[in-house]
Design a protein around this ligand. Sequence first.
Ligand code: ARG
Length: 579
Amino acid sequence: MLHSQLESCLRECVQDLLPDADLSQVILLPCRDTRFGDYQTSSLIALAKQRKLNPRQLASSVLEKLSLERLHIKAELAGPGFINFHILPQAITENIAAACQSETPFVRRAKVSQSVVLDFSSPNIAKPMHVGHIRSTVLGSCLARLHRLIGNNVISDNHIGDWGTQFGKLLLGWKNHLDKVALEKDPIGEMERLYKLVNAATEADETVLEEARAELVKLQSGDPENFGIWQQMVRLSQSQFDTLYSRLGVAFDYTLGESFYNDRLKGVVDDLVAKGIARESEGAYVVFFDDKPELAPHPAIVQKRDGAFNYASTDLATLEYRTQNWKPDQILYITDGRQQLHFKQIFTTFNRWKGNTHVKLVHVWFGTILGNDGKPFKTRSGEVIKLADLLNEAEERALSVVSEKNPDLPEETRRNIARVVGIGAVKYADLLPSRQSDYQFSWDKMLAFNGNTAPYLLYAYARIRSIFRKNQDEFSSSFKPESIEDKDLIFSTPQELSLAKHLFSFGITLEQVAEDSRPNILCNYLYDLAGLFASFYENCPVLKAIDSEKTSRLVLCHLTAKVLQMGLHTLGLETLEEM
Ligand code: ARG
């Protein structure tokens, strides 16, 4: 990979000159303005300043030492101590030819793979998955695919909410008001109805609340009847979740819900108390953060006054289990921004508790999906929107767009295109905004064929694939990327060069996405790629060109399609060969 080779050369030089320098500070980035060059480093300025050296002097000593002939790169000193690098034509043909041999062109696999645990989706039993869970599911599964692609070892775990006080009310409802026919049709819908019914009853009548509490106590003490009903609730909910996961193309390595940690909770709290991390306060056990101004006003309860454990104690037990059993380098928690305080409390408590672990804990939080009115996205009657309904509507709307464009395609083909486009559009619209900002949900915007949308990118991919079909049909020539060598290639127009260079940046883009869990960077990269391809295709005839010009252009088509496909798959979109 050109970028990483160049970065290593640069680091070697810096090491020779400044043996004690932290090489991870030496960074090479693609130039924002390509008039100055293709890559640039500003790291020498910072390094010089730390050492009270003259930055320009340091940069010029590095420049003298750098030997880049082998890489076919030209370097020059700029401004107060930047070095700009220009990729020469020979580097382009060599790297493009090498990419033709690769299953995953331009992707740089981690030298030392990291173990990354991803905690995402995590819906709650007996409650429908809502649009809030879609962001966690879409973002989390995208990050899982991304880390796998760059060579990390990924463990995905669905931390289902399958335990807690709500089961008292649910059990009471199940025993007294269950509608078996409704349960058969839509289990989660029926359980939700039961919960709401009993919940309303408890508000009107204290004794109902007592009854619900009694059911909960029976469940917690292992009463066979209540335990059996609980298991049934879990099983029914899980099977509805699984239907959604299969529509979304999402899978988990583990589904260890909250209940899995039940018998560890007491041990966790006892240990926290023994180590002086939690203490008794008004009958509850609490962790105080007096030394942290930000958290000081928010002590974390780990065991309530009535003896019950909670979300916090469960997350601490989960964290202990994951670090002991999976020994991860990183754990990413993907939930909405409202849980920020919770995770700050958990991470701080855990670090005090297990001071010596090296695991990096990150709360990858996201904003809210808003409706047209700028308020959290709801149905007309003010109910939360269910994920299943949302996906149905996406497919229906995409079907009418597709049918309008291609009325002659057979119904089954149109439906499949609509499924890929509709679900892809929902996912893409969710990944495109910076994750921490709220975004407005708009069917028209996400289903548009122009602009930065899923249909636009899916279409760009399908269009490139059609070039190869045409090459086959009209020119009876087949294209074999594996047999390409650099001497077969020639790139001379500015459009070819810009497209090739953008392809080279795929690897570093993936790394940038991984670094801060921001798939929007990948969306924008792919959108730019499709744009560069469009202007290349407009200016450079492909099938009508001859000899090495034709080969070279077909290679660019092939690699663009491949990168688009890898990128879209990483985002969780399926691709279509024809649209
Ligand atoms: N079940 C929770 C919810 O729906 C999300 C759980 C997130 N993961 C965790 N380890 N706390 O809000």
